[in-house]
Structure formats: C-alpha cells, structure tokens
Write a new protein. Sequence first.
Length: 589
Amino acid sequence: MEHRMAAPATARKRPTGKFDIKGFLHLIRQTKPKYWQLWVGLFLGLLATGAQLAVPKLAQSLINGLGHALNKPMLITVIVLFIVSAVVSAISGALLGFFGENVVARLRETLWQKLVRLRVSYFDNVKTGEMTSRLVNDTMQIKNLLANSFPQMVTSLLQLVGALVIMALMDWRMTTIMFVAVPVVMLVMFPIMRQSGKIGHQRQDAMATFSGATDETLSEIRLVKSSNAEGYETQNGATQINDLYRIGLKEAIYDSIAGPAMTAAMLAVFVGVLAYAAARVSAGTMTMGTMFSFLMYLFQIIGPAGTLARFFTDLSKANGSTERVRDLLAEPEERLTSGPTQSVTDQTLAMEHVDFAYEDDGQPVLRDVNFEAKPNTVVAFAGPSGGGKSTIFGMIERYYHPQQGRVTIGGEDVEAFNLSDWRSQIGYVSQDSAIMAGTIRHNLTYGADQSYSDAELWHVLQLASADGFVHNMADGLDTQVGERGVKVSGGQRQRLAIARAFLRDPKILLLDEATASLDSESEAMVQQALTELMKGRTTLIIAHRLSTIVDADNIYFVEDGHISGNGTHQELMASLPIYRDYVRIQFKE
C-alpha cells in the first residue's frame, strides 16, 4: 500500500505499574474457566497447610515427653500428617495446574480468534512477531500468576498467619519478636521486588520487539540473501539481543540480591529468636518442646515470606501482560456474519464519491473516486504506480472503509451486507498471489466450506492450465509447496491461484496486475487461464498488458488518487492527453 496508518494504541501503550484487578478478573471471566478446579485446588491446599501447621504443635508434645515412654500414637499421627499433607498438596497443585492450563488455552483461543478477525489496517502497523508474543509469552505470564503464584500466595498467607496465631497462643513474647521482624524483612524486600517488576515489564516488551524483528527477517530471507544484508541483519539482531542481555543482567542482579537478602534477613531473625529462646529455656521459663516448636514454625514462616515476595513480582509482570492482552482484545474487528446476504449476480458494482486516507488526518489516497462496473463487463484501471489502484481493490474487498462516499452493489451500500458472503462472491488474483504452506490440495480448497473430489480439483487445474505441472509432481495434489510456496515458480503459483478462483466460482473477479512479474512463457499461459476465468463474470483489472487495456469495455485512468477520465481505449487516446502519453511511455508505442 502507498501509505500506512500511525501505530495503534496497542503497539504504543505501556503498563501503568498499578495492578488492575477488575481488568484482570474481566479478562479471566472471558475465558469461562473451570472454577471448580480453582476452588477445590485452593481448598485442598488449605487442608494441606492446616496439616503442616499442626505438625510443630504435635512435635512439641513429643519432645517434651522425651525421657519418658515414647508416645507411639502421637508419633504415628505426625508421620500420617506428613504423608497426608504431601499427597493432598500434590493433588491441589495438579488441580491448580489444570485450571491454569485451561485458562491459558481458552485465552489463546480467544486471542487467536480475535487476531484472524482484526481489520487489515491493524496488520499494516503491528509486526507479526509482536502479535505472536501476545499469544504465547503474555498468556504464559498470566497462566503462571493464576496457576502458580496466586494459589501459593493464598496458602502461604494462611501458613504465615496460622503460624503466627499458634505462636502467639504458645508464647506472646516470642511472637511479638516475630510480628516486628517479619514486617521489617518485607520492608527491606519491597524496593527490590518493585524494581524487579519494572525490569520484568522491560523484558516482555523487548522480547516482543525481538520476536517481531526476527519473524520479519526470516520470512523474507531471500531478500536478505539477494541484498547481501546478512551483515546488517546480524548487527541488527545482535543489538536487540544485547538489549535483552542487559535487561537479563539487571534481572539476574535483582534476583540474586532478592534471594540472599531474604535469606540473610530471615537468618538474622532465626538466630535472634534462637538466642532468645535458648536464654528462656536456660531460665526455665520455656520448655525445650516449645522452643523446637517455635523454630519449626519459624521455618514455616520463612518459605511463605519468600513466596509472598515472588508473588508481588509475578503480579507486576502479569499486570503488563494483562494490559497488552486486553488492548489487543479491545481492537475493533471485522463483523463477518452480521447483515443480510446479497447476491451480486447481474448487479452493477460502483464507487460513489469515495475519499480515503490510511490515517484519519493523513494524506488522502483516494479523492472523489467514482466508477461503475456493469454486470459481465471488463473494467480496467490504468495509471502510474502509487496512484491508488490497489487501494480501490482493497475498498471493494472491504479491507478498508471510505471516510466519505460509498461502495455500492445494485445501488445499495455494500457495508450493510454480510461480509463473509460478500467476499465469497469475489475472486482476487494479485501479482504476488499468496500461497500457504501445505499441499496443493490444501491451497486449492483453502477457506472452502465444502469438500471437493479429486476430479473437481483436476478440472479447475485444467481450466487454469495448471494440470500439466501438477501431474508431473511426485505426489500430485498432495505435493508440499513449502513455506510461502517456495517450491513452485511464480507462474505456477499464479495458475494455482487462478485454479482456486475457478473453484470459488466468484461473480466478481479482481485481477491486480496478475501477470506483471512473470516471464513471457508463464505470462502467456497465465493470460490464457485468466481469459477463461473472466468469461461470464464482472471483471476489474489493474492493467499491465496493452491487450488488456485495448479489450476492456471501460478504462478508468487513475492518477494521484483521483480518476482523470474514463472510456474505451480509443476514446481515451483521443480525448485524454495524459492517458495517451502514459500508453506511449508504458508500452513504447
């Protein structure tokens, strides 16, 4: 296209840093998750935590009973609690994992469905790799928060509070030390956690940029090779990898600080409590069992404190991912099935006073364009490159929408009609006909809502003068064409596109310089196939060959976004000097 829109909000917006709980919950509700897995998983996790909290208290009685008869029932109870806690915790983790996987799968389905229904203008501005990053990396961050961090935070919080309550009932003086020490530890850790969250945002953004750049480069590897651009792309990739590396270094530094800092702080608390407890035991104001029980609860507090710290870091990372995913889901999409269907058979296709610009406040690409294509006629569009001819075809396909004016069929605005049905009645063959990785059969039937027999496929290949080369291929219809059709030539790719158009049996045919990039032999074969395809259809052609212009029922000369004149070839040669000059220069008459 001649112009591009400014990057949409999705590509520019950055996370605010404040977690939007309403937005996050709304996003999760959109996936319609299996909530029973979450609630049962959390309930079992709480049971496991309760069992873990009971162990130190029972151990206190065991230790205080040392020197007397061994309390076997108590010992068996402690062992059983350990085993039950481990089993229940494993079941809880599995259920929560299932919940997270279900959410991320549904979320990816929602995103994928959204991506393939977004307007073409979105894809003009956002790199494919960035969209892939939203689909893979950002959804994984959300899944980690849901399936891992959030459940661990809930059970850790219960374990932390439960341990402190039990400790308070056992000895309020010791517990007071804990109540003071733990918040101090969290206060020390908070700046580190906050900075780690910011770095997580930077890493996700850098990953999306890197993914977009590499996807673009690898998809156009032939251009890279033919341009001797390996050095440039190596340097460009190295720069982005180095950016990721620097961000990774920062993340590694903060992660390395966070672990030892937490360990050192908790160790200081542990040593302090141990010294105080030892003094109490020596003074006879605390039993040995109580001291060991306190120390066990202290160990139970250390883990949850670290888990809570990681939770806030993961929360910050997931916040950025959530915002990006929500921005993508908020993008306007095509309404494919709304509106009534409308047959275009024997209907006149027209544009009426159409103005269009790719940017709302940008340079107009089309200005007051008017044309008419009567049923079963051939209408050609000629003019210098960049004049807006391909944009006209994009408007007919409803990839873009007029700022002013309208596209009509039978006098009615096409915007009112069912979009899927509208496009099903149009065949579009461009100079670089797209082809999907897969077999020839897959490409011929791509997007079709019905099955076709081999005989029907060979028939359309014959009509497109493509049956010969397909017969010569090792696997015939099941021959793999490679990514972007690299295993077939340009002429073969064009004839496959024409065969696909025959199979669709369109009522309106759009030919966008379909033979422009072919050699003379391929051009002759493709032109023969196009001539056959054009029979009995309303055909609009962006003219490349002089014979196409001469034979057209009506020619519209397009320059600088507007139509300078129209008529038959002879009429325009006689009445429009700019057309006459164009023909003489273009075709060397």
